[in-house]
Design a protein around this ligand. Sequence first.
Ligand SMILES: Nc1nc2c(ncn2[C@@H]2O[C@H](COP(=O)(O)OP(=O)(O)OP(=O)(O)O)[C@@H](O)[C@H]2O)c(=O)[nH]1
Ligand SMILES: [Mg+2]
Length: 278
Amino acid sequence: MWKKSNSFMTRLRHPFSSTESDVHSSAIDVRSKCQHFRILVIGRANAGKTTLLKKVCMSVEDPEIFGPDGKRGIHDIENQLIFKSNRGFIFHDSRGFESGSIEETNKVKEFIARRAATNSLQQQLHAICDTNRPLLKADEDFLDTDIRGKVPVIVIFTKFDGLATRAFQELRENQYSRSEAHRRMEQHAEKLLTTEFIEPLKSRNFPPSAYLHLANMHEESTNCNELIEKTAKALTDDNLRLLFVSVQQNNVDVSVKYAVQEYVEVCLNFGKSVQNHE
Ligand SMILES: Nc1nc2c(ncn2[C@@H]2O[C@H](COP(=O)(O)OP(=O)(O)OP(=O)(O)O)[C@@H](O)[C@H]2O)c(=O)[nH]1
Ligand SMILES: [Mg+2]
C-alpha cells in the first residue's frame, strides 16, 4: 500500500483551501502510483457480467483479454479484461465458483488471498463484485474466510427483472388481480431478495460491504450509476476512492457525491489525458 501523504489527505479533507494545481498534482500522484482500478467479478455463466462491465465502461464492444504476460489469452482468472473505451479499469472474470470443484474454488480463493497480500498497489484487487445467484456453497465459504483484507465485496443481484417476473407470478397464484399483482410486484421482489439472498449473506463471518440489484441492463436506457455510487462508498481508503473516481469517465454525476467536485473534475480530465496518451 502506498504511504499516505499528509498534505494530500489534508487537501482531500479540506478541499476548498486547495488550488486547482494542488488537486491536479494529487491526481497525478495517485495515478502515477497506480494507473488502473482492478476488479474481480465472480458469477456464473449467463449472469449478465459482461453486459454490466460494458455498461460501466460505456462500451458496445467486448473486452480485450490479456494474459499475465500481456499476450491475448482465453478464459482464466489471471487474465485481464480491458475495454478500449476505458482502459482505466482492469477486470478479472471468475467462473471458478460455478463449477463447485474444490480445485477451481481454491484457485479463486488463492487468487484473492495472493492479491490481498501483495504490497503492489498495481497488482492488488481494489474491489470484488459477486453476481452469484443463488448462493453457492463456495460463496459462503469465501465469505466466511478472512482472505480478502480490506477489499470490499459488492453483491450485485443481476437480472432483477427476472425476479420481478417470479414475484408477479407468485402474487397471481395468491389470487391478486393482474393490476394489483403488477402494482405489488416490485415490492414483493425486493422482499424475496432480502429473505433469500441479503439476509443469508449478512450472516456470514465477513459479509459483503454493499448490495444492489440491477434490472434490464441489456437495454440501452438503463445505467449502472448505483453500482458506481455504492462501490465508491464501500472503499474505505481515500486514495483508492480517488483512484476509482479518477478512472471514471462517464459517471460524473454519481462520482461527485463521493469525492469533492473539483477533485473529480480534475481527476476526470486527468484520466482522459492519461488515456489519450496510452
Ligand atoms: N433480462 C435481462 N437480461 C439480461 C440482463 N443483463 C444481461 N442480460 C442478458 O443475459 C445474457 C447473458 O449476458 P452476459 O453479459 O453475456 O452474461 P455473462 O455473465 O457475461 O455470461 P458468460 O460470459 O457466459 O459467463 C445476454 O443475452 C444479455 O443480453 C438483465 O438485466 N436482464
Ligand atoms: Mg461474459
